[in-house]
Design a binder for this molecule. Structure first.
Ligand code: G
Ligand code: G
Ligand code: G
Ligand code: NA
Ligand code: MN
Length: 250
């Protein structure tokens, strides 16, 4: 149908672009990384969010070409960023079920010359469940290249503690639903505390998503969370705005 044709041509025309959301470290709130979030610069409908096209791209087997296209653009953008800034890239469940797809991501990274240790791969809990053994081996391919692994939206999915330990994630990203209820909710704070203890006993860092208020930062910092992301620090922005941000920080 028409949506499919449009998406296919959008990818060819360079209408799919990376937006960047800052990730800051605590306590100094310096930007240490950017999460890459896909956007569709639609000629008629304006800037479309992933909810409108990622699933379609998955259905059409276009998610890997889309990821590779983003990586190419990210590589160009990173050339003008400070050397120590890292990026976080989202990978779909389907991309974890096929070793060839992981290899092609790695190939793209090598081709464009990004240092793989500057890349973190973000995946959701559910993405490891379809074929756990396959997911495990695909993740080890990324790890061998020096990329780090983050478990996204933690606390909302179904992964078991055994998976968490076996897959050796470098980082857990606390889902924004936990942070949203702070500072009012003591229950949310307890959950964050528990996740924090779990992560540190497994040697994983924690990044909190969805930070919108200063009061939330203070509570989260007290828990020992090492970095955070949210509208308080910056919304997802196009590459020009990201560049300007680094210019100010330097
Ligand atoms: O960008 P937004 O802020 O609306 O992101 C919504 C969701 O879309 C995120 O949770 C993220 O997991 C997903 N997403 C964004 N960009 C990509 C991408 O390049 N690949 C995949 N697989 N998912 C993405
Ligand atoms: O939080 P941790 O101590 O693991 O951070 C290790 C390094 O990774 C930091 O020096 C910083 O450069 C980077 N970092 C911190 N948080 C994030 C994050 O959420 N995503 C990515 N890609 N890198 C991060
Ligand atoms: O799901 P994933 O963690 O990959 O998500 C990034 C999504 O979260 C994007 O859609 C982004 O716009 C959104 N997001 C990032 N920071 C905030 C925030 O502080 N508040 C809310 N409500 N959404 C946020
Ligand atoms: Na994500
Ligand atoms: Mn994320």
């Amino acid at each position: 149908n028409q949506r499919r044709r449009e998406l296919r041509s959008a990818l060819k025309q360079g209408e799919i672009v990376p937006y960047y959301q800052p990730i800051v470290q605590f306590p100094d709130r310096r930007i240490v990384a950017m999460e890459v979030l896909a956007r569709w610069n639609h000629p008629k409908r304006g800037v479309l969010e992933p909810g409108e096209f990622i699933e379609l791209a998955e259905d059409m087997n276009l998610i890997t070409p889309l990821t590779l296209e983003l990586i190419r653009q990210v590589a160009v953008d990173m050339r003008t960023w400070p050397q120590d800034i890292r990026v976080s890239i989202n990978i779909s469940p389907r991309q974890l079920q096929d070793a060839a797809l992981a290899e092609s991501v790695i190939e793209a990274v090598e081709q464009v010359g990004i240092d793989p240790t500057r890349i973190e791969i973000e995946l959701t809990e559910d993405s490891i469940l379809d074929d756990y053994e396959m997911a495990k081996s695909v993740l080890s391919i990324f790890r061998m290249k020096g990329m780090t692994l983050a478990l996204d939206d933690f606390g909302t999915g179904y992964s078991s503690l055994r998976h968490l330990q076996e897959l050796r994630f470098d980082r857990i990203k606390i889902d924004r639903s936990f942070v949203k209820k702070l500072p009012a909710s003591g229950e949310s704070l307890k959950l964050i505390e528990a996740i924090m203890r779990l992560a540190s006993s497994f040697g994983m860092a924690i990044t909190s998503e969805g930070i919108e208020r200063h009061e939330q930062v203070m509570l989260i910092e007290q828990q020992g969370v090492s970095s955070g992301q949210g509208f308080l620090f910056g919304r997802p922005m196009p590459s020009g705005a990201a560049n300007a941000l680094f210019h100010r920080q330097m």
